[in-house]
Design a protein around this ligand. Structure first.
Ligand SMILES: Nc1ncnc2c1ncn2[C@@H]1O[C@H](COP(=O)(O)OP(=O)(O)O)[C@@H](O)[C@H]1O
Ligand SMILES: [Mg+2]
Length: 307
């Protein structure tokens, strides 16, 4: 993953930390068929401070909890970390119902005999993987017992009905949780205490400009910076409570630019990707006003992108 190392050097990430990651990789090479589980991220995470803190925590052997609003790059960072440490990655989404049999594994009949088919958590523990526990705060009771065992400081997965597995030293868990909108809940204290917690920030304007420019090569510089400023303004309005966090959606902003590149007008693209996500007509008006003050409605690909 040379490009990711190069990117992090360019971002000014502490060289001593990167050296330690390299030493970790040298000490724990990935074997054979696990290699294809090491992610190759399409996008890099921007944010120097969060990079340095998360590297420090993982190098210290800790599990990470990335906590923050939607589209703050939690999953992108988790995947980037697995790639950087060159570890096979397993993602478990707790949004859907996951029970112990699914997480840890289950006995199945292979046509001749009963065999154990390991689940993601078992594989992660025994293969030295990075396990992404996505939206861990949505975990239901059936999976909480497994999580408690998995994250125990003894680093040993000991669950009734299963053989004991000792976690490999290179195994880490990176959990994500959203907060701040309807339907989310807090994480129970016992679980929280098993993590080092990073509060994921909204992207600052200069990082956002660089992100947009790297993802949409050929975007007009002025318009790129208008998009970034628009996002900053939505953030301020959401902070002051003038609008909800519905429209504060970086994913939506990036999607809008993608639609413009495909041929939609700026007005249509921003309506579909930001404004219409609010179902309150008064709020829609407010969001639209913020957009109109920055981005004309009728821009098309040829104004937004250089030929
Ligand atoms: N700091 C960041 N660096 C890079 N991309 C980011 C960042 N914050 C948000 N994004 C982008 O926003 C989108 C959503 O990211 P994702 O990791 O799925 O968010 P989350 O899991 O926090 O909801 C992706 O396109 C991602 O690249
Ligand atoms: Mg996510």
């Amino acid at each position: 993953m040379k490009e990711l190392f190069d990117f992090l050097q360019d971002e000014g990430i502490d060289a001593a930390l990167l050296d330690e990651v390299q030493a970790f990789r040298d000490k724990h090479p990935v074997s054979g068929d696990m290699r294809e589980r090491v992610p190759e991220p399409e996008y890099f995470y921007y944010g120097k401070k969060i990079w340095e803190l998360s590297l420090t925590a993982l190098l210290a052997g800790k599990n990470l909890l990335l906590s923050g609003p939607k589209a703050t790059g939690k999953n992108v960072l988790a995947e980037n970390l697995a790639a950087l440490f060159a570890r096979p990655m397993w993602t478990v989404s707790f949004h859907i119902n996951t029970d112990a049999a699914w997480l840890v594994g289950t006995d199945t009949y292979d046509g001749q005999k009963v065999v154990f088919r390991p689940g993601p958590v078992w594989l992660c523990a025994s293969e030295g993987g990075f396990g992404v526990l996505d939206e861990i705060n949505m975990a239901k009771n059936e999976s909480l017992a497994v999580l408690h065992a998995l994250l125990d400081f003894r680093r040993c997965l000991d669950i009734p009905g299963y053989d004991r597995v000792t976690l490999k030293t290179e195994t880490r868990f990176i959990a994500t949780m959203n907060h701040g909108y309807a339907g989310t809940r807090d994480l129970n204290e016992a679980l929280t205490s098993r993590f080092v917690v990073l509060d994921m920030p909204e992207m600052p304007e200069d990082d956002l400009i660089r992100l947009i420019a790297s993802r949409y090569q050929g975007i007009n510089d002025k318009i790129c910076s208008q998009f970034a400023k628009l996002y900053g303004e939505l953030e301020r309005k959401a902070e002051s409570g003038e609008i909800s966090e519905t429209a504060l959606d970086l994913r939506g902003l990036l999607d809008a630019i993608a639609l413009i590149e495909k041929g939609a007008s700026s007005g249509d693209a921003l309506a579909m990707c930001l404004v219409n996500k609010s179902f309150d007509s008064y709020e829609r008006g407010l969001i639209k006003d913020v957009i109109d003050a920055r981005i004309p409605n009728d821009l098309t690909r040829k104004e937004v992108f250089r030929a």
